[in-house]
Write a new protein. Structure first.
Length: 105
């Protein structure tokens, strides 16, 4: 039951297009806030806020490189979201199979 709030937080975080844009920037590797902000067209302060939400939702991680904070995608957090969404496919695929079989039968 503990995974449900984490999933809810992750889905709420992903609902924001700015956060999805940020994840797209950091999916290739860790980036500092300034680079992320420039790529997505937001201020560093706004970008930092969105990164904090992504980290809180388990979708991003941060590390330090000297004085810089680098942010990257947390694939474990995304795996939880994917696992949830994947649960819908077997039902849909079974329904598709039944529809095709009934049409051909």
């Amino acid at each position: 039951m503990a995974a449900v709030p984490d999933l809810d937080r992750a889905l709420r975080a992903l609902a924001d297009s700015n956060r999805r844009s940020i994840l797209a920037v950091v999916r290739t590797g860790p980036q500092p806030v300034g680079v992320i902000a420039e790529e997505v067209g937001l201020s560093q302060q706004t970008t930092s806020h969105h990164l904090a939400v992504l980290r809180g939702a388990g979708l991003a991680t941060s590390t330090r490189d000297g004085t810089r904070h680098l942010f990257a995608v947390n694939t474990d957090g995304l795996a939880a979201v994917r696992s949830y969404l994947d649960e819908f496919w077997p039902t849909k695929l079974a329904a598709l199979k039944n529809a095709i079989e009934s049409r051909n039968g």
